[in-house]
Design a protein around this ligand. Sequence first.
Ligand code: BGC
Length: 460
Amino acid sequence: MPSPTLSRPRSGLSPKAMVLLTAATAALGGLLFGYDTAVISGAQLFFKSTFQLSNAQLEMAVGVVLLGAMTGAALGGWLTDKLGRRSVLLVTGVCFGVFSLWTGLATGLGTFVTARFFVGGCIGIASMLTPLYIAEMSPARIRGALVSLNQLAITVGIVVAYGVDYALAGQRDWRMMFISAVIPAIVLVVGMIFLPESPRWLAKKGRREEAFENFKRLGRESEAEQEMADVERVLREETGKFRELFSSGFRIAVWIGVGLAVFQQITGINTIIYYAPTILRDAGFSSARVAILGTVGIGTVNVLATILSIFLIDRLGRKPLLIIGCAGQAAMLGYVGYAFSQNQHGLAVFAGVLLYIVFFAISLGPVVWLMLSEIYPTKIRGSAMSLATFANWFANWVVTVSFLSLLDHLGTVHTFWLFAILSLLAILFCIWLVPETKGRSLEEIEESFRRLGHGPAQAS
Ligand code: BGC
């Protein structure tokens, strides 16, 4: 039965406001992802002395979060395909709060490492589920901007973590640094209680009435019938078996997803995000204070350029942004390597690094998480995203643990040039394989991949 309030969703909000509120609330999952990966950079000096850790123990305490994230990414998709988007995000919010508190109250290395492993698990789940949920809730024409709120939240989380670390460093209060994450976790949980379940997931579960109702709650009264019909049409085509991914046109979607996820990491972003103070010190910023300020500057530029990407992503499209961004990254990495080779340290390196961040923030940063949420079939979207997200965290881990050895063995110049070459390869990959998804519904994208399995049609 059509609802009596035809032009407004039941919350009384305008359709646009309702969808924006949904995306912004879910994006807190991204904020926690950013905050919890970055907060440890400032906290490590202090808990190292509280627990009297050796360097090897410190490395384990810092690195365990990535192992947790890999595990969370691997399990998250299966969980959400079974239990729903909203409920898994809600429980992830609760776990974020509990394990952040546990980290802050840790009494020894064992409890600390365990708590951080579970925080990592939450990060892994949030990293795949937040963009997925937002994508399934959004109308096609602004899906890029709405899903990119997730990336914006990640970058804000990173800067806030740097700020909190800086503010609490005077009191050496590392415990509060971790406990502060409880605040956004509570907001996420409360918000998710009020948000609707994804209509696409409900439709896949055969809960047609609720799915239809939720399309309407999202303010798409006039389009709800059509959207439901489209969703149901593609669902009829799907087997819902994971192996469907490898037996049809979706095989190419698997390659695209895993490739993009890996390129996002192996072009070096987290060597800058995690090791900025070390790089800036090598570049001649000898005072620790200046190096930390430089790090905050990098984080701020990351946020600002991500805001720019939100305006570009549904206008220019995903593919042009990827190509421009990877080309810019390659140029800047080449330049930073050159600056090091000529001993032009200091500001020259800093400017190159800042521009590199700008290029990442308008391309591989937001576009990868967006495209992962767009290119898989509805019934197994979660599990398929898990695969790519696992690859992303694995590549992140490989780069992070090998970066300092690369600097030792290859030297700074060649390490940056290696990342530059990988960025050039990313351009070729995007030109060759990545389709444009701008303005197309998730169902249209799915159908074009399916057609690839049946004949010569193009996904783009
Ligand atoms: C990446 C993270 C990175 C962050 C930086 C995200 O898209 O997945 O690995 O730290 O962007 O902004």
